[in-house]
Write a protein that binds this ligand. Structure first.
Ligand SMILES: Cc1ncc(COP(=O)(O)O)c(C=O)c1O
Length: 404
C-alpha cells in the first residue's frame, strides 16, 4: 500500500477562513433577513483600473495574431516586466536589484509557501506570533515543525516570536538561533509597520548569525510614513541575507488576476550554493510562468496612468482604514494598525476571547471580522478588521458597532 505524506495529516483542523465561512453561513441560514457585512477576509472589492483593463485587452488581442502570439513565458518572467520592476520598485528607491534577481510568479502566497524548499529539512524556522498562516503550514507540510500541541496551538520545533502590545507588535530578536526568519511588514494581521532602524537590526542579526530572512512585503503599497522602508534592501547588507516577496494583489487588486514576484539576490550564498540559482532551477522545473496577458497587466501598473489609478485604489481603501480606526477609537476601543496598512487590529472588549468577540459582533451587529487567535496564540484577545470593503459597507459596519 502506498503511503501519504504524513506531515499533511499533522495540520490541525480546518483553515481559519473556512471556519469563519461556516459560522457566517450558519448565521445567515438562521437569520435570512440579516444583511451581514464582511470585513473579514483580506480580499479587495474595487474593480481593476482602466489602464490595466486596456493592457489586458491589448494582450488578449496579441494572442489572436500569429506575429504577436506568446507561448510559454521565460522561466523568470518576461524581461520587460522584470526590468520595469527593477527600476520602479528598487532603483527609484535607491536599491540596486538586477532584473535577473527578480522572479515573476502568480502571487505571494505560492512563493511564500514554496520558498522553504530551498532549505535543509532540519532548518529551524522563526515566525512572528500572530502570523500569516502560510509560513508555518508550508513548513509543516515539509516536515520541519515537529509535533503540534493543541493546548498551546504551537509546534515543538518552531521558534515563535511574540508580537504584543508591549513590543508594539514588532517582535524582539529571537533567543534561540533560527535558520530562517519570516518577517512580514506592513504586517498581516496586526497592520503594524517596521521602521528602518528596527529592520536594520534584523538584517544585522541575520548576517551575524547566518540566517536568511524571508521578507513578505505584500502590503508595501500601503506605507504612508516616511521612516518605514518599502523594501528590506533599503537596509545595509540585506542582499546577503534576505529574500523579498511582493504581490500585485493588494495594490492593483490582482487577487483574482494573480501576479507576484520574489527577489533572490545573487549575493545570497550558502557556502558555494547560490540561492538565486537554486530558485531559478526550481522555477525552471516546477513552474511555467504567469500568463503573458497578466504580465502585461502587471507592466501597466507602472505606467503614469497605472500608477495614478492604483494610488487612487490604495487611497480608497485607506479612507476605509481611517473610518474604522478613528471610529473604533472614538468608541473607546484600543486599536492598532490602519496607518501603513489596510488592517486594523483591535482589542476585544469585556474580556471576550477572539472567537467570543467574533460571535458577539456577528450576532449583534451582523459584521464579520477575523479572530486574532486564528493567527497564533498571541492573537488571542484581538480581532482583525480589513479596509478592503466598500465605503458604504465600511461606514454601515461602523454605525452598527457604535450602536452595540
Ligand atoms: C502577508 C501576505 N502575504 C501574501 C499574501 C497572498 O498574496 P497573493 O494574493 O499575491 O498570493 C497575503 C494575502 O492575504 C498576505 O496577507
Amino acid at each position: 500500500m502506498y503511503r501519504v505524506n504524513e506531515d499533511y495529516l499533522k495540520l490541525p483542523g480546518s483553515y481559519l477562513f473556512s471556519t469563519i465561512g461556516k459560522k457566517s453561513r450558519a448565521f445567515k441560514e438562521a437569520h435570512p433577513e440579516a444583511d451581514v457585512i464582511s470585513l473579514g477576509i483580506g480580499d479587495v472589492t474595487q474593480p481593476l483600473v482602466p489602464a490595466i483593463i486596456k493592457a489586458l485587452h491589448e494582450a488578449v488581442d496579441d494572442m489572436s495574431r500569429a506575429e504577436t502570439f506568446h507561448g510559454y513565458s521565460p522561466d523568470l518572467g518576461y524581461s520587460w516586466l522584470r526590468e520595469t520592476i527593477a527600476k520602479n520598485d528598487y532603483a527609484d528607491r535607491g536599491c540596486s536589484i538586477s532584473p535577473d534577481e527578480i522572479f515573476i510568479s502568480d502571487g505571494a502566497k505560492c512563493d511564500s509557501g514554496n520558498i522553504q524548499e530551498l532549505f535543509a529539512a532540519d532548518s529551524r524556522i522563526a515566525v512572528c506570533d500572530p502570523v500569516y498562516p502560510v509560513y508555518v503550514d508550508s513548513n509543516v507540510m515539509a516536515g520541519r515543525t515537529g509535533s503540534y500541541d493543541p493546548e498551546t496551538g504551537c509546534w515543538s520545533d518552531v521558534i515563535y516570536m511574540p508580537c504584543t502590545e508591549e513590543n508594539g507588535f514588532v517582535a524582539d530578536l529571537p533567543k534561540e538561533r533560527p535558520d530562517l526568519i519570516y518577517l512580514c511588514f506592513p504586517n498581516n494581521p496586526t497592520g503594524v509597520a517596521i521602521k528602518k532602524d528596527q529592520l536594520q537590526k534584523w538584517v544585522d542579526y541575520a548576517l551575524e548569525n547566518g540566517c536568511v530572512i524571508i521578507y513578505d512585503a505584500a502590503y508595501e503599497a500601503y506605507i504612508s510614513e516616511e521612516d518605514v522602508p518599502h523594501s528590506i534592501y533599503e537596509c545595509a547588507g540585506a542582499k546577503e541575507c534576505a529574500i523579498e516577496i511582493r504581490s500585485f494583489s493588494k495594490n492593483a487588486g490582482f487577487t483574482g488576476v494573480r501576479l507576484g514576484y520574489t527577489v533572490v539576490p545573487k549575493a545570497l550564498k550558502c557556502g558555494g550554493a547560490s540561492l538565486r540559482d537554486m530558485w531559478a532551477r526550481r522555477h525552471g522545473t516546477k513552474y511555467n510562468g504567469a500568463p503573458y496577458m497578466i504580465q502585461r497587466a502587471g507592466e501597466a501598473c507602472y505606467t503614469e496612468e497605472g500608477r495614478a489609478s492604483i494610488r487612487g485604489l490604495v487611497d480608497y481603501y485607506m479612507e476605509n482604514a481611517a473610518t474604522i480606526y478613528d471610529g473604533l477609537k472614538g468608541m473607546g476601543y484600543t486599536v492598532y494598525g490602519g496607518v501603513n496598512s489596510p488592517y486594523i487590529w483591535l482589542k476585544t472588549t469585556g474580556g471576550m476571547t477572539s472567537w467570543e468577540f467574533f460571535d458577539y459582533l456577528l450576532k449583534n451587529a451582523g459584521v464579520v471580522g477575523t479572530p486574532g487567535s486564528g493567527f497564533g496564540p498571541n492573537g488571542e484577545g484581538f480581532f482583525r478588521l480589513t479596509a478592503f470593503g466598500t465605503h458604504e459597507n465600511t461606514q454601515a459596519a461602523l454605525k452598527r458597532i457604535a450602536a452595540l
